[in-house]
Design a protein around this ligand. Structure first.
Ligand SMILES: *[C@@H]1O[C@H](CO)[C@@H](O)[C@H](O)[C@H]1NC(C)=O
Ligand SMILES: *[C@@H]1O[C@H](CO)[C@@H](O)[C@H](O)[C@H]1NC(C)=O
Ligand SMILES: *[C@@H]1O[C@H](CO)[C@@H](O)[C@H](O)[C@H]1NC(C)=O
Ligand SMILES: *[C@@H]1O[C@H](CO)[C@@H](O)[C@H](O)[C@H]1NC(C)=O
Ligand SMILES: *[C@@H]1O[C@H](CO)[C@@H](O)[C@H](O)[C@H]1NC(C)=O
Ligand SMILES: *[C@@H]1O[C@H](CO)[C@@H](O)[C@H](O)[C@H]1NC(C)=O
Ligand SMILES: *[C@@H]1O[C@H](CO)[C@@H](O)[C@H](O)[C@H]1NC(C)=O
Ligand SMILES: *[C@@H]1O[C@H](CO)[C@@H](O)[C@H](O)[C@H]1NC(C)=O
Ligand SMILES: *[C@@H]1O[C@H](CO)[C@@H](O)[C@H](O)[C@H]1NC(C)=O
Ligand SMILES: *[C@@H]1O[C@H](CO)[C@@H](O)[C@H](O)[C@H]1NC(C)=O
Length: 795
């Protein structure tokens, strides 16, 4: 009889001693760029209410009048005008806005000059400072309405406190979506919608259909089901012509006025619909819950009813905090005592937060096909997250990560290709290679099996590798035809250099999975993974550098001729879709061959030349491109704000000079990642910048598509990580202080370690210990082999 009681006591004690890591999160980190008050050039992070991987990410949508520095992709901006509070968002993205749909807007005036079809006539500035914490957001509008938000997985909680003397209205504009201030072909559009009000006016339901956005996605439909705590005294629906289903809110053209009816409203194609609810009594607080679903209104209602059971917003906030602590923050436990560096705690737990906003777990919410497999959306994009985010997910979110891999494969099964980017249930866009290959290979080499059908996984990778998509950026390899024919991408194709680099790693990824799934393919893909060497022009000199470095990735004609005309490897024009390289110069891409560092060091002239060139890119004012306000003040060739350079500071490990990796990577982090609104060096890119920082703080860096992790230098003296479901990895650092962080020696599972790297099986499957001894003096402590080059092939 006593044992259950003992068990109970143990549980209670455990709960009571749990740390509330959520309080260390700074949701405003990354909300500004270099121009105070503007998101432009900053993290563009989502600031609002959500649970980990939630379908609902609820926050304001804003408009910023200076369109040349508006960055509205996350919805939230520090000073923008609020046009609504909507339920779906991405986080950390650039390019055209996506989502910002299913909204409410509290208004105190809908008379005279207010046209409910024209957001310019009712948008609201803000007073005071916004407040945000895990699962909670609060802002005060100029019209005096305080708005508080919270969220569950598929539902949102809206709470408005109106000034006593004002009218109380809530606008539901079904045609609302996040704008793209300068317009353009990928601007979102509203297609059609419907809104129905219950006879007691207490609830409303319907759907909206939207298309476009960054991924140029096909139309998708979201069903909604809203309810008010107190029935409004009046409710009307309205409709109106969609005057410009395009963009520019600064367009001086007057919009048409709406037609009001008290009946339910289904729009004819292209017509906008909405409803406005009014309370005449003396209550000042209006509360509303809204569920959303991609399947049906009924399901949206069910989500609302099942996930939010109380009209006390704090209940929903508390549940979100508990979920974040349990499922995310507690996976990496560090000392939070009074002596702990508070900024480091904030950077760590905020990074974990931003890394778990997308992708969105839409299991059970796939409107496109029936399947037993899980379903995820908002891979935005794998180009950003393949480099280290997914490797961290594998460790601390093993179940969710397995589920994501299954979903990627199921998308291939039903739609022909795995995505590189995907949102709104449609693939798009592909910036470089088919990087789902890297994601699958990274999972495979680290032994992730579970319920993944790896025969299908390999077939999905083969589709990327063997069925080029010829000029398309939607999915697969748009320059794959060149790759198959010449072994490199010719200059005739856009992004020929960065695509060649990425296809090389993609084919290496195939060779890794082929080892287990189809051994006869290994040689073929290994050989193809050396394709980058075909773009290596050993005679190409750097321009405007001292010293001059020779040998670079260089544009090449389809007939084999290198084209050095007007070519400077340290520049890339717009560094975007039509350029030779994407978000990085050829100089930077010339360092990104993780699978065959051995050959790379050799073609750069051997270890000494390699080291000299690596040192050079960290020297101030070596950059030959002006990143402008978008660049966080970065003036080195090395640019930690864009993904291609993520592994570069760590490459000294390949020279057995690990201390230099520690020195450079710490300098990068300290300079560019700070606990301030503008302390993130560029868009967080779905948390990719954040996961980079977490690895830095753990003192490790994964070499994607291989089971190798580089050893660096941790920022905390004691770290307990829950990995692979329920195992524990403990990382300790003796001798750590502000200026004592150079590694003097390492022990893994109690064994003296003489290499500056280890493999997944050493400590990441079953858990174990990594013990660093740190000191203030640099030391070459490693005497073993340099990290491996498993894709070593010399053409
Ligand atoms: C918009 O911002 C840019 C960059 O700060 C500035 O040069 C320009 O003057 C601003 N335009 C307006 C109309 O304020
Ligand atoms: C305002 O509404 C119009 C019409 O739907 C839309 O085109 C525009 O993007 C919206 N502007 C903002 C700032 O939301
Ligand atoms: C509008 O639709 C709701 C939900 O289907 C229904 O309950 C209500 O009776 C309808 N109202 C009218 C006036 O048809
Ligand atoms: C609202 O408050 C005013 C002033 O206190 C009062 O006269 C009025 O009766 C109240 N109305 C309702 C509907 O309670
Ligand atoms: C890590 O776990 C060990 C063993 O349970 C414990 O002694 C230590 O206090 C933990 N450290 C932290 C920072 O949680
Ligand atoms: C893509 O290009 C390849 C090689 O030129 C060609 O064989 C194939 O038919 C093309 N596919 C499509 C869909 O155009
Ligand atoms: C290859 O093409 C370039 C430019 O199109 C031309 O100048 C060169 O002569 C060609 N070389 C051969 C061997 O055909
Ligand atoms: C060589 O590169 C220059 C500069 O980009 C370009 O103008 C020229 O067309 C290229 N030549 C060939 C043959 O592609
Ligand atoms: C350490 O890194 C800093 C920042 O890049 C650099 O200035 C310094 O030269 C490096 N020290 C050594 C010894 O490489
Ligand atoms: C972890 O979970 C697995 C599967 O549930 C179980 O077999 C194993 O014993 C657990 N290991 C530990 C250390 O709790």
């Amino acid at each position: 009889m006593w044992s259950p009681i003992l068990l109970l006591l143990t549980c209670v004690h455990f709960t009571a001693s749990q740390v509330d890591y959520a309080k260390y999160v700074n949701p405003f980190w990354g909300t500004e760029g270099s121009i105070p008050g503007y998101t432009f050039g900053g993290g563009a992070v989502f600031v609002g209410a959500s649970v980990p991987f939630g379908v609902v990410k609820l926050t304001m949508d804003t408009f910023v009048k200076n369109t040349s520095i508006a960055a509205l992709q996350g919805g939230y901006t520090p000073n923008g005008f609020i046009t609504g509070f909507s339920m779906m968002h991405e986080s950390g993205t650039g390019g055209c806005s996506k989502y910002g749909v299913i909204s409410q807007m509290p208004l105190t005036n809908i008379e005279a000059h207010v046209n409910l079809l024209d957001n310019r006539t009712y948008w609201q500035g803000r007073v005071g400072n916004d407040q945000a914490s895990i699962g909670y957001f609060k802002t005060e509008l100029e019209n005096g309405v305080k708005t508080e938000l919270s969220a569950t997985r598929h539902a949102g909680f809206f709470q408005y406190t109106f000034p006593m003397e004002e009218k109380k209205h809530v606008l539901v504009d079904v045609s609302h979506y996040l704008p793209n201030v300068v317009g353009g072909y990928c601007t979102q559009t509203y297609r059609e919608g419907e809104i129905k009000i219950s006879d007691d006016r207490k609830s409303y339901q319907g759907h909206g259909t939207y298309a476009g956005g960054f991924n140029e996605g096909a139309p998708y439909t979201v069903y909604f089901c809203g309810e008010f705590e107190d029935p409004p005294d009046e409710a009307e629906t309205f409709a109106g012509r969609d005057q410009f289903p395009g963009f520019n809110s600064m367009n001086p053209e007057p919009l048409p006025w709406p037609t009001f009816v008290s009946e339910n409203m289904t729009s004819p194609q292209g017509s906008r619909v909405g409803a406005v609810f009014t309370w005449n009594g003396n209550t000042t607080t209006v509360r509303s819950n809204v569920g959303i679903s991609f399947i049906s209104e009924e399901k949206a209602c069910r989500f609302k009813n099942e996930e939010i059971k109380s009209w006390d917003i704090q209940t929903t906030v508390d549940a979100a905090v508990e979920e974040w602590n349990r499922d995310v923050f507690s996976k990496i436990q560090v000392d939070t005592g009074e002596d702990a560096n508070q900024d480091h705690l904030t950077l760590l737990y905020s990074s974990l937060y931003f890394m778990h906003l997308i992708p969105s777990d839409r299991t059970g919410e796939n409107p496109l096909w029936e399947s037993e497999e899980p379903y995820w959306d908002d891979f935005y994009t794998l180009w950003d997250t393949f480099r280290n985010t997914i490797s961290l997910s594998h460790l601390i979110q093993t179940e969710a990560y397995e589920s994501q891999v299954r979903s990627l494969i199921d998308i291939w099964r039903h739609q022909g290709y795995m995505p590189d980017g995907r949102s709104g249930n449609d693939n798009g866009l592909v910036q470089g290679g088919s990087n789902s290959d890297n994601v699958l290979a990274d999972a495979y080499v680290k032994g992730l099996r579970g319920a993944i059908n790896w025969a299908d996984g390999y077939a999905a990778m083969m589709k990327n590798a063997e069925a080029p998509t010829n000029g398309s950026n939607k999915e697969g390899r748009g320059a794959g035809a060149d790759w198959l024919k010449y072994g490199y991408v010719s200059q005739a194709m856009p992004r020929s250099i960065s695509r060649t680099v990425e296809y090389s790693l993609n084919d290496f990824a195939l060779s890794q999975v082929a080892r287990g799934e189809k051994p006869e393919d290994v040689e073929k893909y290994l050989k193809r993974s050396a394709g980058w060497q075909l773009l290596w022009d050993a005679t190409m000199p750097s321009k405007n550098t001292t010293p001059v470095f020779t040998g670079f990735l260089t544009p090449r004609d389809y007939n084999g001729t290198f084209n050095q005309t007007d070519y400077n490897p340290a520049t890339c024009g717009a560094c975007s879709w039509p350029s030779l390289t994407y978000e990085g110069t050829p100089f930077e891409y010339s360092f990104t061959i993780p699978h065959d560092m051995e050959t790379l060091v050799e073609v750069m002239g051997g270890p000494e030349s390699f080291e000299e060139r690596l040192d050079y890119i960290f020297v101030p004012y070596t950059s030959q491109i002006d990143l402008g306000p978008n660049g966080a003040g970065i003036n080195t060739i090395m640019n930690i704000g864009n993904e291609p350079d993520f592994a570069t500071p760590y490459l000294y490990n390949y020279l057995n000079k690990q201390w230099k990796s520690v020195n450079q990577s710490r300098a990068q982090s300290r300079q560019y990642f700070r606990n301030t609104p503008n302390g993130m060096p560029g868009n967080s890119d779905a948390g990719a910048l954040n996961s980079w920082l977490i690895w830095q703080m753990l003192g490790l860096y994964p070499i994607v598509t291989t089971p190798v992790y580089l050893l660096e230098s941790p920022w905390f003296s004691d770290i307990n990580m829950t990995i692979n479901g329920n195992r524990t990895l403990r990382i300790t650092a003796e001798g750590l202080s502000e200026d004592s962080y150079y590694v003097q020696g390492v022990e893994i599972n109690g064994e003296q370690w003489d290499k500056n790297w280890f493999e997944h099986g050493d400590v990441m499957s079953e858990g174990g210990t990594i013990k660093f001894e740190l000191g203030s003096e640099p030391k070459i402590w490693e005497s073993g082999d340099v990290p491996p080059s498993p894709g070593h092939v010399k053409l």
